[in-house]
Design a protein around this ligand. Sequence first.
Ligand SMILES: [Zn+2]
Length: 117
Amino acid sequence: MRCAACRLRTARGFGWFDPRVRTSLPLPACSMRCMSALCRRWGVVDPDEHEIAAIAAASPMAGEYLESIGKTDLAVLTEAEWLTLLEVIITAYQDELARLLDQGRHPAPPLAAGGRP
Ligand SMILES: [Zn+2]
């Protein structure tokens, strides 16, 4: 089941329902962060500082893979090369995200609408 806030991750045991509506069904969420976003009706959750850092960490890994196969034009990649490139990026992203979270420092909560914390 997909998270109702970020609409990207799998919902994992979190859920929020609107207490003002007697028969509302709980909206599934992947994290406390997304559940908070649902509660405040923010809708879209922007990437946090760890996710942004993980994207940056995945970039050179993608470049290394493309260099290793001698191709820089994505249009000429075979399907297998394209899928491997995606795997390299996703794995590097997840590894960096896990490394940052394992350091014990959690990202700041997202800002409320209007930039207020
Ligand atoms: Zn989510």
